[in-house]
Design a binder for this molecule. Structure first.
Ligand code: PEP
Length: 247
């Protein structure tokens, strides 16, 4: 398992359903990683083995994994198959999967456990919708997601949490640095209650939601924000490099 303790920040590119071979070649020629930070590229699965370069701080991540371990489940990829292909990280419970593929907290919990058992670090995504935020349900939603999505075997060394307010994903709206800090602090408190102070204080909680190079520094300088999950802006290698190198 990747040793997260040695990094001051963690940055993840989520390419979603984008990219092709020529995009990849150009991307890895332009990408500039920073040795203080752990950088993870979550490409579509078919390109996972195409990561270029020998940088020891640059890793591959999958965007999803099956909740099944093996068997008659056409189209699925298991955690052990990801491990067999040297994949070190995997997004789980991204809001697009929760919204378009009916993924539940229970699915996220099972997938995360299967990944941890294979020494792959799940990046467990949580966050409230606009409607939930407007009804002042943010804390309740986050508490429920932490309670049911995060498996009991998770800790600061084998799992990552991404706070991604759904209203900020792909919308151009970003949480203010103060809002992000407040929610990350709340999430940390919930981890203290569910696990322990030593796990919560060392847990990496990264922020995602329309981060751009211009907004990166102020968000990632917040004390409880340990890096970012970047969608749209990660498709441009120069913009993603600027974000990684913003702190
Ligand atoms: C994401 O897909 O996780 C994400 C944060 O997307 P965007 O940066 O485009 O809002």
């Amino acid at each position: 398992m990747v040793n997260l303790d040695k990094y001051s920040s963690i940055f993840i590119a989520n390419w979603k359903l984008n990219g092709n071979s020529s995009f990849l070649k150009d991307y890895y020629e332009k990408l500039k990683v920073n040795s203080n930070n752990c950088t993870i590229i979550c490409s579509p699965s078919i390109y996972l083995k195409s990561l270029k370069g020998n940088n020891e701080n640059l890793f591959c991540g999958a965007q999803d994994v099956s909740s099944y371990k093996e068997g008659a489940y056409t189209g699925e990829l298991s955690a052990s198959m990801l491990k067999d292909n040297n994949i070190d990280f995997c997004l789980v419970g991204h809001s697009e999967r929760r919204q378009y593929f009916a993924e539940t907290n229970d699915n996220v919990n099972i997938k995360s456990s299967n990944l941890i058992e294979e020494n792959i670090i799940p990046v467990i995504c949580i966050g409230e919708t606009l409607e939930q935020k407007e009804k002042n349900l943010t804390e309740e939603i986050l508490s429920t997601q932490i309670k049911y999505s995060v498996p009991n075997l998770a800790n600061h060394q084998n799992a990552l949490i991404a706070y991604e307010p759904v209203w900020a994903i792909g919308t151009g709206l970003t949480a203010s640095p103060e809002q992000a800090q407040e929610m990350h602090k709340f999430i940390r408190q919930k981890f203290t209650e569910k696990f322990s102070e030593s796990i919560s204080s060392n847990l990496s909680i990264i922020y995602g939601g329309s981060v751009k190079p211009s907004s990166a520094k102020n968000i990632f300088n917040q004390p409880d924000v340990d890096g970012g999950l970047i969608g749209g802006a990660s498709l441009n290698a120069n913009d993603f490099s600027d974000i990684i190198n913003s702190i």
